[in-house]
Design a protein around this ligand. Structure first.
Ligand SMILES: [Zn+2]
Length: 376
């Protein structure tokens, strides 16, 4: 087993932040974790790591996306999700600016969502790739990854995957081992591997040991997400779903009132509109994650439930409210679509799938409202 975190030796560290590891890919591990160290889990026992890419790694976005998926819960069954969250958020997520280990600070990090910076500057990194971990009392609060592409001779995928393993809390050797001979060569955590591009059995065992295995409820939640995708793919009647401005049926096109309403909301937003949208998006993203953990009802279930009740609800809605609701829907469809088209680098693939489904549902509800308006 490659998970070295169950080692019994405890570090005699102060309660202040300890930088626990700096490891170089393709070099023998020269530093070993001595304690069971992992990301803090949220209310559902799920740990989420939100990865931000620096400038020069941004061209490898698709690669990083697929690697993060390969070590996340859907693939491994461990209660961990590593999500690529687009560009570096700078001030919002200071990577190394942790001076104390108070609960307030941990809470603050947790609220902001386990920040990770890929390609964080790291003056001590001389190997092909490095990662560091900043932890408080066994909880990782921040990490960074750096790839030295000029030094890196091997496969960039295997180097990145190896470092993603480190920032998830894995290291090279089993507890007590310093020579790594027991680590299978098909493991992403093998210190000399440069061909492994997906986690091996031993890596998965380590991740499950650190974060736990998906519960039956969580497995059900994942199945629900798949159900939702199929549901939303087939919701539009007439098919396919079309954005209001692309509708071919003139009844469904954006009305002048809707256009006015959208213009009015836009003009009421102060400051930079992209910044405003990113802020909203991130709030919404966190809310979605948090919401299902707290209530036990996933947003997917909630939306499907709304659809099942929509005809009755629309029939009971007074006409003046229908007018306003339709305007709100037009606004929401437009804003959600901007997530897909312009801000897709800001959120992970699961969220994009969810947003795509949500847009379809909003489109169909809006159409149903228009039909109802026509009948009255
Ligand atoms: Zn390593």
């Amino acid at each position: 087993m490659k998970n070295i975190f169950n080692q019994s030796i405890k570090l005699k560290k102060l309660r202040l932040v300890a930088i626990l590891a700096l490891s170089a890919f393709l070099l023998p591990g020269f530093m070993f974790f001595d304690s069971n160290i992992k990301w803090r889990s949220g209310p559902g026992g799920f740990a989420g790591i939100y990865l931000q890419l620096g400038d020069s790694l941004s061209q490898n976005k698709n690669l990083v996306t697929s690697l993060t998926e390969s070590i996340s819960y859907k693939n491994t069954g461990a209660k961990l999700q590593v999500s690529l969250m687009g560009e570096n958020r700078g001030d919002t997520f200071p990577a190394m600016d942790v001076l104390g280990c108070s609960e307030a600070i941990l809470n603050d990090y947790r609220r902001k969502g386990n920040p990770v910076f890929a390609e964080e500057m790291d003056a001590d990194c001389t190997g092909a790739s490095c990662s560091h971990i900043v932890s408080c009392g066994g909880v990782i609060v921040s990490t960074g990854i750096r790839l030295n592409t000029d030094v890196l001779e091997g496969n960039i995928s295997s180097a990145l995957l190896h470092e993603l393993g480190h920032i998830s809390g894995l290291n090279h050797c089993p507890p007590g081992e310093k020579n790594c001979t027991q680590v299978p060569e098909n493991s992403m955590m093998h210190p000399f591997q440069n061909t492994v591009v997906s986690p091996g059995v031993d890596d998965v065992t380590g991740l499950k040991e650190l974060y736990g295995t998906l519960s039956s409820e969580q497995t059900a939640m994942i199945a629900k997400q798949e159900e939702f995708k199929n549901f939303a793919d087939n919701i539009c009647n007439p098919s396919p779903c079309k954005l209001p401005e692309e509708e071919t049926n003139p009844n469904y096109r954006l009305s002048q009132e809707e256009k006015n309403a959208i213009a009015s909301v836009l003009s009421s937003i102060e400051g930079d509109i992209t910044l405003y949208r990113k802020e909203k998006l991130f709030q919404y993203y966190m809310l979605r994650m948090q919401g299902s953990q707290d209530t036990g009802v996933t947003p997917e279930e909630k939306l499907m439930q709304n659809v099942s009740e929509k005809q009755q609800r629309i029939a009971e809605t007074p006409t003046e409210n229908l007018v306003v609701l339709r305007q709100m829907l037009a606004w929401q469809i437009q804003e959600r679509n901007i997530v897909l088209t312009e801000l897709n680098h800001e959120v992970d693939k699961d969220f994009l799938d969810f947003t795509r489904g949500e847009i379809n549902i909003l489109i169909q509800i809006r159409r149903d409202m228009i039909e109802e308006q026509g009948r009255r």
